[in-house]
Design a protein around this ligand. Structure first.
Ligand code: NAD
Ligand code: UD1
Length: 337
């Protein structure tokens, strides 16, 4: 298939491109480079072994630019990664987040429809479950109250796509609810490249390991978990990448709208991750216990059986692989791209 990949120069998009090409698909990336570096695409092409990844630098809110992309290419489906994703920033800049994530997706869906491309895989998030009613979380678990505008945009866009598919059953839509993607391509050539102080756990740990940050702050050790620190379902970004290739099957089978949890089903605490990282990297990670972070929940991990049952997809990598590859990327690229 030929796939339009919005936000393809970013963390998850760049890794997904490799799995798409490996499975025999081709892709064109549209990205405004707001949170990405074109070097990522150059390295992806190098890993795949092709001269370059077809790329148009454009904002998906720019209708004219998207129209031109569709006029010049025929796409079988779109994988839609483009969006703003920093939770804290979304609380400070709600209008910018709602505007970019909602409006960008509205323009994209409309242009797709005009060009009769009605197949889309959307990057949703475990955040839509809020503080989950059931652990492990199945897809039947009701959506919860999101504590921030970023999460609201995911929840709202899921609803928009459900309504769209109901109104026009020609649409095939896959909502992938990612749990906590970490790690990097095993080559160490591409990985997560956060701007400024990392908000998420693994990039913070790797920056402590490389000597950029003094110590990790562990946000709370009084949660009702096995060691008091927050428990999450970390998933290797290459497993997440292959889930997108598997999700294309749901599109081929014309399944209408389907939702899948994409995680390993295994929960690890903050201290479990720190210990695994130290073991794998042989670098010490000094840490200090800090107050809980606003909006955090105690435990979040999924039941990923539906994806295995219907898509034949199952995570292959474990926590040690995630730590090894995140560290390999950081070590080889101390300043990112
Ligand atoms: P990322 O920021 O690395 O990638 C997103 C890409 O979209 C960036 O390259 C950015 O430049 C681009 N972009 C943003 N707004 C755009 C616009 N209006 N037009 C064109 N390009 C635009 O983020 P990521 O971690 O790769 O996440 C990809 C998707 O997955 C996002 O939608 C994110 O919300 C979602 N998601 C991520 C996580 C995670 O932990 N990384 C978890 C759940 C869901
Ligand atoms: C965060 C987002 C979530 C998003 C997800 C994507 C919040 C509240 N939620 O989830 O919406 O979908 O990223 O990956 O930001 N931690 C520390 N010290 C740190 C950083 C994190 O102790 O410096 C802890 C957190 O308290 C949490 C765990 O590590 O228990 C994981 O945190 P993080 O990587 O930020 O992911 P989430 O909070 O699960």
């Amino acid at each position: 298939m030929n796939i339009l990949v919005t936000g393809g120069a970013g963390f998850i998009g760049s890794h997904t491109l490799i799995e798409l090409y490996k499975a025999g698909h081709t892709a064109l990336v549209v990205d405004n480079l707001y949170n990405a570096n074109p070097e990522a695409l150059r390295r992806v092409a190098e890993i795949i072994g092709i001269p370059e990844i077809p790329f148009v630098e454009a904002d998906i809110r720019d209708r004219q630019a998207l129209e031109a992309v569709f006029a010049n290419n025929r796409f079988d489906a779109c994988i839609h990664f483009a969006g703003l994703k920093a939770v804290g920033e979304s609380v400070e800049k709600p209008l910018e987040y709602y505007e970019n994530n909602l409006n960008g997706t509205f323009v994209l869906l409309d242009v797709m429809r005009r060009h009769n491309c009605k197949n889309i895989i959307f990057s949703s998030s475990a955040t839509v479950y809020g503080d989950p009613a059931i652990i492990p979380i199945t897809e039947e678990c009701p959506k919860g109250q999101c504590t921030n505008p970023y999460g609201q945009t995911k929840s709202m866009l899921e609803q928009v796509m459900m309504d769209l598919q109901k109104a026009d059953p020609d649409w095939n839509i896959v909502l992938l609810r990612y749990f906590n993607p970490i790690g990097a391509h095993p080559s160490g050539k591409i990985g997560e490249n956060p701007n400024g102080i990392p908000n998420n756990l693994m990039p913070y740990i790797t920056q402590v390991a490389i000597g950029k940050r003094e110590r990790l702050g562990v946000f709370g050790n009084d949660y009702p978990t096995h060691d008091g620190t927050g428990v999450r379902d970390y998933i290797h970004v290459m497993d997440l990448a292959s889930a997108h290739v598997a999700a294309l099957q749901a599109i081929t089978r014309k399944q209408g709208l389907t939702i899948y949890n994409i995680g390993t089903g295994q929960g690890y605490s903050v201290l479990d991750v720190v210990k695994a990282f130290i073991r794998v990297s042989k670098v010490d990670i000094p840490y200090v216990i800090m107050p809980r972070r606003a909006g955090d929940i105690a435990t979040c991990y999924c039941n990923p059986d539906k994806a295995e049952r219907e898509l034949g997809w199952k995570a292959q990598f474990g926590l040690d692989d995630m730590c090894r590859d995140a560290w390999n990327w950081q070590k080889n690229n101390p300043e990112g791209y």
